[in-house]
Design a protein around this ligand. Structure first.
Ligand SMILES: Nc1ncnc2c1ncn2[C@@H]1O[C@H](COP(=O)(O)OP(=O)(O)OP(=O)(O)O)[C@@H](O)[C@H]1O
Length: 306
């Protein structure tokens, strides 16, 4: 294993602390988080709502700055960079797939891809078209985002993130509100980028079905990295022993379920108040039920019972 920022490590996070100050309140979002991601690897960061996943991703992508600790991405020290150097890093070396996919509604699919290329001074229509084909949107280059389905919009957001051929791709809940089949398609595109094109992918998810597709899973809870494990087995997990790994994964998954049940109760209340229709309620029921089953299946697959 190489040292910090070594050739084989695409992302190195060391002792990162992030504190938000909001209306006189201090919120500790990350508590000395350290992890690394190898080139060509897909790392899923899994944790309940508010555990610090987006904060960690933003810090890796140079969108946000840590209060303490170091972050080195593709050999570049992001945590201490600023100005033009940081702007170019964000434009050319990291592709960010945002939770709300950040597409520009007044630009066509192809134009959305050409924009970051133009900002980097290398707009290339042919490459734009090739990227659209790669994400399964060949022939839809003239569509506006609102003329695409949710899954297609998300795939377009991936193509936009790939526009400048960045070595690192970060994706915040890329499968968020999508059904599992559509979500799986997005993850497969990201896996292909990593495993066939040597890109490094860091994504966040609260869904064990998505985490299971990654090469490794980092488990985060209340701003603390509980450990990193291989999705096929808990044994060999780093950062904690086997028993602790089981406990951490189980605790995080139970909290993810609690979040889902809470969303369901909120949907029921809103339905009672007449704010949402029966379709929205049924959809939430279906999602929570599927997530509950996925969590149970994942726990039993990992040999965690009870
Ligand atoms: N700009 C901000 N100002 C103040 N607090 C913030 C800010 N951004 C995030 N936080 C807080 O930091 C903590 C971590 O938030 P973060 O968005 O990283 O969590 P998350 O795991 O991505 O959650 P989710 O799954 O709901 O997106 C939360 O307590 C959140 O309320």
């Amino acid at each position: 294993m190489a040292g910090i920022g070594g050739e084989d490590l695409a992302v190195v996070v060391e002792g990162v602390v992030k504190i938000y100050e909001s209306r006189g309140e201090r919120i500790v979002a990350l508590r000395e988080v350290s992890l690394s991601v190898a080139r060509g690897e897909v790392l899923a960061i899994m944790g309940p709502s508010g555990s610090g996943k987006t904060t960690l991703l933003n810090i890796i992508a140079g969108v946000d700055r840590p209060n303490a600790g170091r972050v080195i991405v593709d050999g570049f020290e992001v945590s201490s960079a600023g100005g033009e150097e940081l702007r170019r890093f964000r434009l050319e070396r990291v592709g960010y797939v945002f939770q709300q996919h950040n597409l520009i509604p007044t630009l066509t699919a192809l134009e959305n891809i050409l924009l970051p290329m133009a900002l980097a001074g290398k707009a290339n229509r042919l490459r734009g078209q090739e990227l659209l084909r790669r994400v399964g949107l060949g022939g839809k280059e003239r569509r506006y985002p609102e003329e695409l389905s949710g899954g297609e919009q998300q795939r377009l957001a991936v193509a936009v993130a790939l526009a400048n051929d960045p070595p690192i791709i970060v994706a915040d809940e890329p499968t968020g509100e999508l059904d599992i089949a559509t979500g799986e398609r997005i993850v497969r595109i990201l896996l292909e980028e990593a495993h066939s094109r040597g890109k490094t992918v860091v994504l966040t998810t609260h869904d064990p079905r998505v985490a299971r597709m990654a090469d490794r899973v980092a488990v985060i809870e209340d701003g603390r990295l509980r450990g990193v494990y291989s999705p096929s087995r808990i044994a060999g997990a780093t950062g904690f022993g086997e028993v602790e790994a089981e406990k951490a994964v189980e605790a995080v998954m139970r909290r993810i379920l609690d979040d889902a049940e809470r969303r369901l109760r909120e949907a029921e209340d809103r339905f009672r108040r007449g704010e949402v229709g029966i379709d929205a309620l049924v959809e939430t029921y279906t999602r929570v039920k599927a997530l509950r089953e996925a969590v149970r299946e994942e726990l039993s697959r990992l040999g965690i019972t009870g």
